[in-house]
Ligand binder design. Structure first.
Ligand SMILES: Nc1nc2c(ncn2[C@@H]2O[C@H](COP(=O)(O)OP(=O)(O)OP(=O)(O)O)[C@@H](O)[C@H]2O)c(=O)[nH]1
Ligand SMILES: C=C(OP(=O)(O)O)C(=O)O
Length: 221
């Protein structure tokens, strides 16, 4: 692709009641587990979407969700939303989102990257601009946090072992100095690692105003 593409970023967000179940051991130890869990999932989403919206090469962020609270939150931040059609899982949701974007440079971004910095995403997208399809593996090397397609279909293969699946499908693995982009939050240890890197304002505020959550985050060390 010639020139610097303007990127559309697609972010998936499940319904809160079924999202981020691997973080339940953390939120279940708080006084009000259901609301603590929802608040945590929404904070991770808010910081991810805000960082993407603030990243210079990103012209739009489209969140694919059927969750009213998530849709309202990200719209307030400046993202667009589309429904979770056809409600057939993560990859179908991402393909649906990719069809809804304006340009032909599209990136699928995990929604659980609270330590993501706008400059990190800009650097990764800049590296991705030279290739039709690229991906960034998560910190464990097995999952994927970013998948890009410029002038070609996205073909998402998220799920267990998605880094290898994206590699096998011809996407180029990118690496660079973007620790926040690698640090998706699936489990307690990931949240600790994100906090050590420095999380965005929504997650930081939640931890500052939820003593039980903050204590549990430290107590299980
Ligand atoms: N819109 C949409 N988003 C999804 C779907 N499945 C997963 N996601 C989102 O994709 C992101 C990455 O998925 P995971 O890290 O596996 O998140 P998760 O399934 O909520 O987490 P666990 O329950 O702990 O496995 C999360 O932010 C999810 O909200 C789906 O069917 N539709
Ligand atoms: C769905 C994925 O996320 P996770 O491994 O974080 O569940 C993935 O990395 O493809």
């Amino acid at each position: 692709m010639v020139g610097v593409p303007a990127w559309s970023v697609v972010v998936p967000a499940k319904r809160l009641a079924v999202a981020k179940t691997r973080l339940r051991p953390l939120t279940d130890r708080t006084d009000r587990p259901a609301s603590a869990h929802e608040a945590l999932v929404l904070a991770l989403l808010a910081d991810t979407v805000a960082a993407a919206l603030a990243s210079p090469p990103v012209t739009e962020v489209v969140v694919v969700t059927d969750e009213p609270a998530a849709a309202e939150l990200v719209r307030r931040l400046g993202a667009r939303t589309v429904g979770d059609d056809p409600d057939s899982g993560l990859n179908a949701a991402l393909e649906h989102g990719a069809r809804a974007v304006a340009g032909d440079a599209v990136a699928a971004l995990s929604s659980d990257l609270p330590a993501l910095r706008p400059a990190e995403l800009a650097a990764a997208l800049s590296a991705a601009a030279a290739e039709p399809r690229c991906f960034v593996a998560d910190g464990h090397g097995t999952g994927t946090t970013l998948l890009t397609a410029a002038g070609t279909p996205l073909r998402p293969r998220f799920g267990a072992g998605s880094a290898q699946a994206h590699r096998d499908d011809g996407a180029l693995a990118l690496s660079g100095g973007w620790p926040g982009l690698l640090r998706d939050v699936d489990a307690l240890e990931d949240l600790r690692a994100a906090v050590a890197l420095g999380v965005g304002p929504a997650t930081a505020d939640l931890l500052a105003t939820s003593p039980t959550l903050a204590v549990q985050l430290g107590a299980a060390r």
